[in-house]
Ligand binder design. Sequence first.
Ligand SMILES: Nc1ncnc2c1ncn2[C@@H]1O[C@H](COP(=O)(O)OP(=O)(O)OP(=O)(O)O)[C@@H](O)[C@H]1O
Length: 225
Amino acid sequence: MIRLSQVKKAFNQGRHNEFWALRGVDLHLELGGVTVFRGPSGSGKTTLLTMVGCLARPSSGRISLGGRDISALPERFLTDIRRSTFGFVFQSFNLLKGITALENVMIPAYPLGGDHGALKRRALALLERLEMADKAQSQAEWLSGGEAQRVAIARALINDPQVVIADEPTANLDSERSAQFLDIVSGLKRDGKTVLMTSHDPLVADAPVVDRVVGLRDGLIDGDG
Ligand SMILES: Nc1ncnc2c1ncn2[C@@H]1O[C@H](COP(=O)(O)OP(=O)(O)OP(=O)(O)O)[C@@H](O)[C@H]1O
């Protein structure tokens, strides 16, 4: 379970261009299920997910994960929690060019050590599940948008995270690919994963697989259902 208490985030704090992207968010996220964060551009959705996923720290307020306060932990502990708990799918997918799809999927597991052969088999199994096995040896830059996204999803899953965070996952996809993405999300939900997404896309927010839609406006929660 993830709990945010009065989480605030300022950018450029103390400077003339100080901006409060989050202005006091209280939120309780149960593990399991699919939550979508919706709101106008600039309302703080991405900022909120980066706090939840331990990619950045709040300026004030508390975030706890499974009852443990993680907001004030030193960076190396945050990195460990991030690696073991969260998988990320970024809007632009962020695959590394010049290496294969398979190698991209394997990268987040390298810092954890372990047997290379077993890791490769796990990565291939994930690509297989996402119907991308035939592209395992393709260079990342050769992949189409939908293919790149599926590789990014496999990469997000390689360390078997409890929580998958996806920022505007359908922004670069046509409606058929978006529907396929939602099928993948259904599969993750069946596997017991918690999925947290931001989305402008009504196709996503209104999808039957979504359990909860949290609205954000001007850095505050604006509707939760
Ligand atoms: N590193 C930064 N430095 C300064 N301002 C920032 C930074 N990151 C985000 N912001 C500002 O914080 C606000 C919230 O940004 P955020 O990316 O969380 O919005 P969002 O709701 O995800 O928007 P979108 O739907 O357009 O992706 C925006 O006004 C943005 O310009």
